[in-house]
Design a protein around this ligand. Structure first.
Ligand SMILES: *Cc1c(COP(=O)(O)O)cnc(C)c1O
Length: 370
């Protein structure tokens, strides 16, 4: 009998040694404080804020609830300009707030909202822009924020892919009216499930902290229609431990990124995004574009890989704008989104994670090279 080949997934969590987590659990058992701004929760809030170089941060049970609350906190309504090239949670958070998403095309160099196309999408109902730092590539924040300022719009960044990313030395999480993070198991930094909102000032953080706890301000006062978005003590403790191991994970991802670039730059028809020297990235994704000059289609390559146990992913296919709940919107028409519509047919995210060994990566590269 053949030994089954070990599957290679697009990502895999980098877990610390289990025995390192046990003392944290013992402390929770001793305290019997399981959630609601417990000691580990508060310690993690400070630690992540310091790590990201941001003034105020609120932890959440996951990134999607954080997005929903961010929109609530700023009372966003009407229409919000956003990208079709993202994970569904970005757009769903708008729908959960009764907001109409307005899709704008992406810039093929960064996979992010094209700032040249934002102004044409603004109407009297527009209240905000929700860009995504796709794959951890920083958006053109200066131009997006200049447009927002000129038209009096808010900016809420979905930075779910961009934990720890810096642009010209500056933490991207410091930008916009709010920045939302995800610590889901598949992200570079994870707390099993988790998320956060970065606020620019203590008043905004306070409002967000009320909203993530049902709107409760004190024992007898509920100040708003809040939700339950709290991060519990087990998640928070795990987050503290993960933060310690983040640098080694990042170093290994950087090495995987380097090996792909070295091995694949000359493959005909395969386009590898250029690394921007001004960006300190987090190496969370390795997207390639399988163009018409490649020897087979993107989907054929994807299937070839699957049959060899390599689970690359077509992030993001289909476009959010093609999903049943969005495709009827005028801004969802493919002619209105030519770049996103082309890239969704070509993109493939290759496996990249801290535990991807050189031999495994060689398996991926060999299939691509054919
Ligand atoms: C993962 C992700 C989210 C959602 O975060 P969860 O923590 O999984 O709820 C939102 N937006 C983008 C772009 C994501 O990739």
């Amino acid at each position: 009998m053949n030994t089954p080949i070990k599957p290679i997934y697009v990502t895999q969590p980098h877990l610390p040694p289990l025995e390192e987590f046990v003392p944290y659990l013992e402390q929770i058992w001793a305290n019997k404080w399981l959630t609601n701004a417990g000691p580990f929760h508060n310690e993690l809030e400070v630690a992540i804020a310091r790590h990201l170089d941001v003034p105020h941060l609120s932890l959440f049970t996951n990134g999607t609830i954080a997005l929903v609350v961010a929109l609530q906190a700023l009372r966003i309504s009407g229409e919000v300009i956003t990208t079709p090239f993202t994970f569904v949670a970005t757009t769903h958070s708008l729908l959960w707030n009764g907001i109409k998403p307005v899709f704008v095309d992406i810039d093929p160099a960064t996979f992010n909202l094209d700032p040249n196309k934002i102004e044409a999408a603004i109407t009297p109902q527009t209240t905000a822009i929700m860009p995504v730092h796709c794959y951890g590539n920083p958006c053109d924040m200066a131009r997006i924020e200049a447009i927002a300022d000129r038209y009096g719009l808010k900016v809420i960044y979905d930075a779910a892919h961009a934990f720890g990313v810096r642009y010209r030395g500056d933490s991207i999480a410091r930008h916009g009216d709010l920045t939302v993070l995800s610590f889901h198991a598949t992200k570079t930094y994870n707390t099993f499930e988790g998320g956060a909102i970065v606020s620019p000032d203590p008043k905004t953080k306070q409002r967000i902290d009320y909203l993530k706890n049902f709107g409760i301000a004190d024992e007898v006062t509920v100040v708003g229609p809040g939700i339950n978005g709290k991060m519990n003590e087990v998640q928070s403790a795990f987050g503290l431990l993960q933060l310690k191991h983040l640098p080694e994970g990042l170093a290994r991802r950087r090495e995987v990124d380097r090996r792909y670039r070295q091995a694949l730059w000359s493959v005909p028809g395969l386009e590898i995004p250029v690394a921007n020297p001004e960006v300190e990235g987090n190496y969370s994704y390795f997207p390639v574009r399988v163009g018409s000059g490649f020897r087979m289609s993107r989907d054929a390559l994807y299937e070839r890989m699957r049959s060899a146990g390599v689970f690359a992913r077509r992030y993001f296919y289909p476009l959010v704008s093609q999903m049943p709940m969005y495709r009827g919107l005028p801004s969802a028409a493919p002619e209105h989104l030519p770049m996103a519509s082309q890239i969704t047919q070509e993109v493939l995210c290759l496996p990249i994670h801290a535990e991807l060994g050189e031999a495994e990566q060689e398996r991926v590269i060999t299939i691509i090279k054919g």
